[in-house]
Design a protein around this ligand. Structure first.
Ligand SMILES: CC(C)(COP(=O)(O)OP(=O)(O)OC[C@H]1O[C@@H](n2cnc3c(N)ncnc32)[C@H](O)[C@@H]1OP(=O)(O)O)[C@@H](O)C(=O)NCCC(=O)NCCS
Length: 188
């Protein structure tokens, strides 16, 4: 209803354009960028380990591109400079999981919130009604980000905290943070 599909599914998209950034479908040419983003410096501390084997990364991207059920994007600025990554995966009925969220040092500060808002806008457009994700317990700044956005902690174990966010909370935050994505998204 409300123009949203009744049976959501995660689909890959060539490009989703926002305000200052775009989400572009990952290609095998991004393998090196992804490896350096995830393995250099402190960025990899709270995400699953990444092999620095380029051919393994290319193989992974190739199977992603021919597979289904996930959408893995490079976050880019208006000049096609690569700023980071974000991914939707693990659909569970009307809920999707998102993660692989890494933004390189030096990216404009609004990149995080705009990329999250773009992903949520896209997910609602696909018909999803909620999202779920887990965050390393010690990843306090990211936990704070999700909590400010309206995510609710539903369980935890020694390592991770598990969150859910409903469509109502997503829409409330979209209103609150409208200034970061004033014209919504355009899918190309
Ligand atoms: C996760 C990641 C992409 C988030 O990006 P980030 O830039 O650190 O995100 P922040 O929460 O600091 O937000 C950046 C800025 O956006 C703005 N912002 C974010 N949330 C906001 C909100 N709810 N309201 C208003 N402004 C907000 C602020 O300007 C904020 O800067 P400040 O609060 O430090 O002044 C980044 O930290 C990263 O690459 N981490 C390593 C990998 C990782 O841990 N990934 C997550 C795995 S679950």
């Amino acid at each position: 209803m409300n123009g949203y599909p009744l049976h959501p599914a995660i689909v890959q998209e060539n490009k989703i354009i926002g305000n200052n950034i775009s989400l572009r479908n990952v290609s095998t040419e991004d393998a090196e960028f992804i490896i350096s983003l995830r393995t250099e410096g402190q960025k990899g501390r709270f995400i699953s380990a990444t092999s620095s084997d380029i051919s393994a990364q290319i193989k992974w991207i190739d199977s992603y591109l021919t597979g289904s059920g996930q959408a893995y994007f490079i976050i880019e600025d208006k000049f096609s400079n690569k700023l980071g990554t974000i991914r939707m995966y693990d659909q569970n009925e009307d809920s999707f999981c998102w993660g692989s969220w890494v933004i390189k040092d030096g990216a404009p500060p609004q990149t995080a919130i705009e990329s999250a808002m773009m992903l949520y806008t896209y997910a609602l457009k696909l018909g999803f009604n909620r999202a779920h994700f887990d965050v390393r317990k010690e990843n306090l700044s990211v936990r704070r980000f999700h909590e400010r956005f309206g995510a609710i902690m539903i369980k935890e174990n020694d390592l991770d905290v598990f969150y859910e966010i409903t469509k109502t909370s997503i829409l409330n935050s979209m209103k609150k943070y409208h200034r970061f994505l004033p014209n919504g998204i355009r899918v190309e």
